[in-house]
Ligand binder design. Structure first.
Ligand code: BDR
Ligand code: CA
Length: 309
C-alpha cells in the first residue's frame, strides 16, 4: 500500500517536537517540514525542527525556514509557555542536520505543483500556508486536505478568552486558509485537554521505557508542565500538536466530528482570532471545516507511548 504523503508546517516548540517525532516514526511519508515563526522566532523553530528529527532517529525530510512574522500583526511568541529555547530550557546541543536552501513557501508550492495526493498538517500559525495560497491558489487546491491544530469551540484558554494561539498569532492568515476551498480538519483545543492530558502516571510510563525519546517527551515539555501547574493548577502536559498528528496518523482516533461553516473575527480588539462556527447553518453555506469534537484519548496516548519506545 502507498504511504500517505504529508507536508508538516510547524512553529516547533515542545509539543510540536513530540508531534514531529510521532510523524517520522509512523507510516506517513513526510515530504517536507516547513517552519514558521510562532511559539518562537523562526531561528529557534527551525533549530527545534532539526533537533526533533534527531530524536526521531528514522529519516530526515527536507526542512525549510519560512515566514519570520505574521502577515499583518507583530509577532508575539510563547516562550513563557515552552521555555526560552522552546524545549523546556533543556538547551540540547546543536544537531548535525542542515536546513534546506530556499523558502518554505516555495517548497510547499513546488510539492503541490509536482505531486498528487499530498496533505498538509499544520501545528502553528498559518502564515506559510496562507502565503502559498496567495501566490498560487490553483496549485494549493491540489492539496487534498489540511489537518490543523487550531481554534477552540467551547473551552477558554490562556492565549485570549476567545482565541487559540495558532489562530490568534496570525488571524489574517487563518482567514485566507479558511476561505481557500481546501478541505480542513480542525483539531481544536477542546479535544486536546481532558482525557488527552499527559498526567503524572503517563509521565511515569514514558520514563519507565528508559529510552532517549521517552525522556525527551517529558524533559522538553517540563516548562509547559510548570506553566500548567502555575497557571491552571493542573499537573499535566498538554499536547495539542501531538493530538492533531495522531489524527493524521490514525484517523480512527476521531470518534466524533461536525462539518461546519467557519469564519474568523478579525476586527474586534476583544475577540480577534475567535473562530465563529455556524452550527445551525444559518448562513446556508457549504461547510469549510470538519471540526473534531471527540477523540479516543486512550488510543492517542498509546500512540504517544509506542512512539517513545
Ligand atoms: C498551540 O499553541 C502552541 O503553544 C502549541 O505548540 C500548539 O500548536 C496550542 O494552542
Ligand atoms: Ca505548535
Amino acid at each position: 500500500m502507498n504511504k500517505r504523503k504529508y507536508i508538516i508546517d510547524t512553529d516547533t516548540a515542545s509539543d510540536d517536537a513530540v508531534a514531529l517525532v510521532m510523524a517520522l516514526r509512523s507510516d506517513l511519508d513526510i515530504l517536507a517540514i516547513t517552519c514558521t515563526a510562532g511559539n518562537l522566532s523562526l531561528a529557534k523553530t527551525t533549530r527545534n525542527a532539526r533537533l526533533s528529527c534527531k530524536f526521531a532517529d528514522t529519516y530526515v525530510p527536507p526542512i525549510y525556514a519560512g515566514s519570520d512574522r505574521p502577515l499583518v500583526k507583530t509577532l508575539v511568541v510563547g516562550e513563557n509557555v515552552h521555555g526560552s529555547d522552546g524545549l523546556g530550557d533543556m538547551f540540547y546541543p546543536e544537531p548535525d542536520i542542515k536546513l534546506q536552501e530556499g523558502h518554505a513557501v516555495d517548497a510547499i508550492l513546488e510539492i503541490a505543483r509536482t505531486q498528487d495526493d499530498v496533505g498538509l498538517i499544520t501545528l502553528g500559525p498559518l502564515t506559510n500556508v496562507a502565503m502559498a495560497i496567495l501566490l498560487d491558489p490553483l496549485a494549493m487546491r491540489k492539496i487534498t486536505h489540511i489537518i490543523a491544530m487550531g481554534g477552540q469551540y467551547r473551552m477558554t484558554n490562556g492565549c485570549t478568552a476567545n482565541a487559540e494561539f495558532n489562530i490568534w498569532v496570525d488571524g489574517e492568515a487563518a482567514k485566507i486558509v479558511l476561505e481557500s476551498g481546501i478541505p480542513i480538519t480542525m483539531v481544536p483545543l477542546d479535544v486536546c485537554y481532558g482525557e488527552a492530558e499527559i498526567t503524572a502516571d503517563d509521565r511515569n510510563t514514558l520514563r519507565s521505557l528508559k529510552t532517549a525519546r521517552g525522556d525527551f517527551f517529558v524533559d522538553c515539555n517540563r516548562h509547559l508542565l510548570a506553566y500548567n501547574q502555575r497557571s491552571y493548577a493542573k499537573d499535566i502536559i498538554s499536547m495539542p500538536d501531538p493530538t492533531a498528528m495522531a489524527v493524521a496518523i490514525d484517523p480512527s482516533i476521531v470518534t466524533s466530528y461536525v462539518d461546519v461553516y467557519t469564519q474568523i473575527e478579525l476586527r474586534s480588539s476583544l475577540s480577534y482570532g475567535q473562530l465563529i462556527y455556524d452550527f445551525y447553518n444559518r448562513h446556508k453555506k457549504i461547510p469549510n471545516v470538519r471540526l473534531v469534537t471527540k477523540i479516543d484519548a486512550q488510543k492517542f496516548k498509546q500512540l504517544v507511548f509506542k512512539t517513545a519506545e
